[in-house]
Ligand binder design. Structure first.
Ligand SMILES: C[S@@+](CC[C@H](N)C(=O)[O-])C[C@H]1O[C@@H](n2cnc3c(N)ncnc32)[C@H](O)[C@@H]1O
Length: 265
């Protein structure tokens, strides 16, 4: 069967997933639509089976990996699927750094996407990634293969010993009352999504205790829920003195990142 004939059998709602799966299973580049080669029947079966599954399961879990900041990360149901907004967190963090050989702590690393990407972008850095979930750390370990990264099971700071120049985190930040899409709620680990105290629990815990784990010159970089900016600024000012706070929006124009750093003299 040719692409155009196959396309006629696909419902409009499935179109995005169909093209994604087709590209993945046929190992095609962007120009596959012009591809005049017949698609083998066994591949069509595979694609259609995955397509039906993708109505209830995120594509990334079906395929088992995701592209994040130009790198491929393995994912499974034990880790949050890395999001575009988190790529923006990395991009903005990199812009704020004025040296490359820094020490970095990624709290709630999940697939490892933040800490591992930073290690790849800043090979001279010393990176520690922590998570409370053993199953998530198993995924992060696979993703960090070949890289010199310290991986630890830790309940926030419980097992952290050193001090860092950068603490970065995309913690769980959804309040238990918030309604989220079924595909997220039914598939992604709730330990990665929800947080007590209106979704603010992790920001408060990190900011309350961070002084033991930061160097004199530091940056704390957070991804945040788009309605949490003011509450987090308040928490930061409650626990830290002499700080400068920078907030950034994501490409959708929503408040999405907060950077808290020492005031320079
Ligand atoms: C929103 S996910 C972020 C995953 C990944 N950093 C990313 O950006 O895609 C939050 C992560 O925090 C972890 N987590 C939840 N509670 C934690 C705790 N008490 N201490 C450390 N990590 C925790 C979850 O297991 C999950 O991997």
């Amino acid at each position: 069967m040719y692409y155009n004939d196959l396309l006629k059998t696909i419902k409009n709602d499935d179109l995005y997933n169909f093209n994604y799966l087709l590209k993945y299973y046929l190992k095609l580049e962007d120009n596959y639509i012009n591809n005049k080669k017949k698609i083998p029947l066994f591949k069509i079966f595979k694609i259609k089976k995955a397509l039906i599954k993708s109505r209830k399961t995120p594509l990334q879990y079906i395929i088992g990996n995701v592209n994040f900041y130009g790198y491929t990360f393995k994912v499974n149901k034990n880790v949050l699927i890395p999001r575009f907004e988190t790529e923006e967190l990395i991009e903005n963090t990199l812009k704020l750094l004025n040296k490359k050989d820094i020490s970095i702590l990624d709290i709630g690393t999940g697939s490892g996407c933040i800490g591992i990407t930073l290690k790849k972008e800043l090979p001279l850095s010393k990176v520690t990634i922590v998570d409370i979930s053993k199953k998530a750390l198993k995924v992060a370990k696979k993703n960090s293969k070949g890289l010199n990264i310290e991986i630890k099971k830790s309940n926030i700071f419980s097992n952290v010993k050193d001090k860092y120049d950068l603490i970065i985190s995309n913690p769980p930040y959804i309040s238990y009352e918030e309604k989220i899409m079924d595909i997220v709620k039914n598939n992604e680990p709730h330990i990665a999504l929800y947080a007590k105290n209106n979704g603010l629990y992790f920001y408060e815990e990190i900011l309350k205790n961070c002084y033991k784990f930061i160097n004199e010159e530091f940056i704390i970089a957070f991804e945040i829920g788009y309605k949490q900016k003011n509450a987090i600024i308040k928490i930061a000012n409650k626990y830290l003195k002499n700080i400068k706070i920078i907030c950034k929006k994501d490409i959708q124009g929503k408040d999405r990142m907060i950077f808290i750093m020492n005031k320079k003299n």
